[in-house]
Design a protein around this ligand. Sequence first.
Ligand code: NAD
Ligand code: UDP
Length: 327
Amino acid sequence: MPEIPVEAIANYRPRRILVTGGAGFIGSLLTRRLLDAGHEVLVVDNFYSGTRGNIEDLQGEPRFELMRHDVTFPLYVEVDEIYHLACPASPVFYQRDPVQTTKTCVHGSINMLGLAKRTGAKILLASTSEVYGDPAMHPQEESYWGNVNPIGIRSCYDEGKRCAETLFFDYFRQHQLRIKVARIFNTYGPRMAADDGRVVSNFIVQALTGQPLTVFGDGQQTRSFCYVDDIVEGMIRLMNSPDDVTGPINLGNPGEFTMLELAKKVTALVDGPDIEYRPLPADDPSRRKPDIAKAVQLLGWEPTVALDEGLDHTVAYFREHLASALG
Ligand code: NAD
Ligand code: UDP
């Protein structure tokens, strides 16, 4: 057995951690990491876009607990840390009930911040690159205030997350809460929902089921795709950083690809499919790429999984799970 250094034992303190949205794509993988590190984890989720299947493997763990709850209502539990992820993340899901999306971002954050205030817990917000909107600055640094349409079909999510960030910083200034704000860029990997409409899962599912890949617009818009394990690592490092590191901090992979380049990568892994062009949805950002200098400097974090390798893992996951995922 490998020897554990004495200091590590002395500093080790299992914590009671709340993960809101823990039945979702990122939240369920984060929960697994936190349980493996010896913590107690309470997952709170209303299953709006997450599934029981995502947390099936956690159900037998003695330090794992699940509570079905909507964060737009107050929550009374005792915890040391809160990872606040509850919110649908894909345009298809967050646009299905936009009023609920705004409520989740705003009321949900107020409730979780209130919980952090009462318990003295440290709280991390899973914010998003969408706060930059259709960015006029490239790549996007945290100091950029963004270019967001306040009344469009993406606004429930973009403005909702911007307001959540405002609330986090007002609770920090007004009530001295220990806050952490992560601005997460497009994340992909095993456990994405097959039907959530995001481009990576769409292309892979389409390719594996012999349908044409649906490229929106001319396919020249760009995104930077980060493998989910890298994002989870970044979030944990941010939570464990010194209290004066509040963020906002970009977490994402600076590799930038057009949607046509992504489509080519997927067709290289799964032979056959054609491309079908569809209209570009309203307010679809034209370019997106994180500047991650702050994360590198303050967290010692940078992505380790290149897009080709991550796509390989994701295609393998969908090959295995597609039949059950599509029900
Ligand atoms: P997801 O949809 O898979 O997970 C979100 C989870 O939140 C789901 O389990 C859902 O049921 C739950 N939820 C939604 N509304 C809720 C409510 N009112 N009360 C309780 N639970 C609720 O999405 P994800 O990709 O895992 O994203 C997790 C977080 O990370 C989100 O906050 C999202 O905004 C943020 N984020 C994700 C990405 C990405 O590319 N995946 C990028 C930027 C930011
Ligand atoms: N997209 C696409 N085909 C699809 C789904 C999405 O071309 O089947 C495009 C979409 O227009 C956007 C990019 O892929 O430009 C990323 O979309 P996604 O919904 O994954 O994330 P977001 O727009 O929120 O970054």
